[in-house]
Design a binder for this molecule. Sequence first.
Ligand SMILES: [Zn+2]
Length: 159
Amino acid sequence: MCRDDGRDTMCIPCKDRNCVQRRKQWTKGTQNLEYQTERLQKKLEQNIPIIWTKHLDDREIMRNISSLQSAEALKNGYCIWYNQTSEPQYGSVEKWIWLGYAKTGPKTYKPLHLVLSYSKDSDRIIVLTVYDPSVLYWMWNKTFEKRICWHKEHPIIEA
Ligand SMILES: [Zn+2]
């Protein structure tokens, strides 16, 4: 959760038991981030197809994020979380949370998170969703690199 003191936004990890537990889980996805960034960047450099899902289109409209901004963030972004799971239907599924910035004015940028997947079979990058983490700012640390809270609404700060 974050507290605005007028000059800077201070974020302290939420003390809620569920959020503490989920933070531990989250940490598992923060190993070898440089490696996972490089892996995906290499694929982007190879200009393999990028699939922007329909679901994503709807979300973009809802969240006031243009396709151009998403593409920009994909290009300049890096991996903040990576996870590989095996699902009976699809086999091995890889997921990246990617943090990039999109220009919104002459000197202003907004952070964007893109949730990415990669299909080995078709050699494609799939953009599952995109959102501006600063909208739900209490969920993230100051740099929007670490998830600190899972409350859907801003939790009440205990004195
Ligand atoms: Zn929380």
